[in-house]
Design a protein around this ligand. Structure first.
Ligand SMILES: O=P(O)(O)OC[C@H]1O[C@H](OP(=O)(O)OP(=O)(O)O)[C@H](O)[C@@H]1O
Length: 209
């Protein structure tokens, strides 16, 4: 792949993008009660933004991880049109010792974090599965009157046709936050770099520092 088709992103740049988005969230008075990182790419941005969202004197916002991986569906059972990417759930919510405060996500402000929105398949899956689960719990616990508010934070939204959609209510209310909307290039994140010094120089040269 030609070098100009790659976009290099430094840790510094990611740190600053997280800081900017946190500021935006706080100005809107939308500090989340819980952060859900989509592994693996959402983990570092989730951890960074948590520090910027923290209120002095308050507890850290809990981070939960959900494991979602895209895999190639070869469409062996169906027609060729079904060939595409499917989401595999490798890990899900576990409130563990948080249980006293987090028996569920019902009524909470939830910030879902990932590094990139490419075809939107993963984010669509995350939101729709979480919504389904909450609706089921609300029914069981008879807590139908509580609103759960989802927001999304990604470092990069690729400007391209998407394979899946997110709820209009989220898109139209500023609760889908991409720190940057970028062309459909190969995004080189620092955690994949073999030579982080060279990577950082390349990111700087592209202004991504
Ligand atoms: O918008 P989409 O087309 O769904 O693509 C975005 C997803 O793809 C990558 O995950 P991947 O499945 O490669 O797993 P990883 O984060 O563990 O690398 C990335 O971390 C996003 O979660």
């Amino acid at each position: 792949m030609a070098e100009n088709e790659r976009m290099y992103i430094s840790y510094n740049n990611i740190h600053k993008l997280c800081q900017g988005v946190a500021k935006h969230i706080l100005v809107r008075n939308e500090r989340p009660d819980i952060i859900i990182a989509i592994t693996g790419g959402g983990m570092i941005p989730a951890r960074i933004i948590r520090s910027f969202l923290k209120n002095k004197g308050q507890k850290n916002i809990p981070i939960q991880a959900i494991g979602l991986s895209l895999y190639e569906n070869l469409g062996l059972d169906n027609s060729v049109e079904t060939i595409g990417k499917e989401v595999i759930r490798t890990q899900w919510l576990d409130f563990g010792a948080l249980n006293q405060h987090f028996d569920s996500l019902i009524g909470k402000k939830v910030l879902i974090v990932d590094e990139v929105d490419d075809t939107r398949t993963t984010l669509h899956y995350a939101v729709s599965e979480l919504e389904k689960e909450i609706a089921e719990q609300q029914r069981i616990l008879n807590r139908m009157n509580e609103d759960t508010i989802f927001s999304i934070f990604v470092l990069h939204n690729k400007n391209k046709p998407k394979r899946a959609a997110l709820p209009d209510s989220m898109m139209n209310s500023g609760r889908y936050i991409a720190a940057q909307t970028v062309p459909d290039k190969w995004l080189c994140y620092p955690w994949d770099a073999e030579d982080i010094d060279e990577h950082t120089v390349l990111a700087k040269a592209q202004g991504n520092d």
